[in-house]
Write a protein that binds this ligand. Structure first.
Ligand SMILES: [Zn+2]
Length: 80
């Protein structure tokens, strides 16, 4: 991810956090389509990951940790 894209992504996350705190938006799980209460997990998809970095694009989807585990068999783990 280029520095410009990283900064844009961080700015978007900041705006979303502010909107969530203000109660203007919520999150819907990309697996079960239900509203997410409490801790929100996000999946990051990078297209063209094995290609040139400047041609990569990324998208994020939100999900419940349990739905992620059910769909992938992997365990969602937070940072210590
Ligand atoms: Zn879910």
């Amino acid at each position: 991810m280029t520095e410009e894209k990283r900064q844009a992504s961080e700015e978007m996350r900041k705006r979303i956090r502010e909107a969530v705190k203000a109660g203007r938006v919520g999150f819907r799980c990309c697996f079960c389509r239900e509203h997410i209460e409490g801790e929100v997990h996000a999946l990051l998809l990078i297209s063209g990951w094995n290609g040139p970095e400047e041609q990569q694009t990324s998208q994020q989807w939100f999900c419940h940790a349990a739905c992620f585990t059910k769909a992938t068999g992997e365990t969602a783990q937070g940072n210590p």
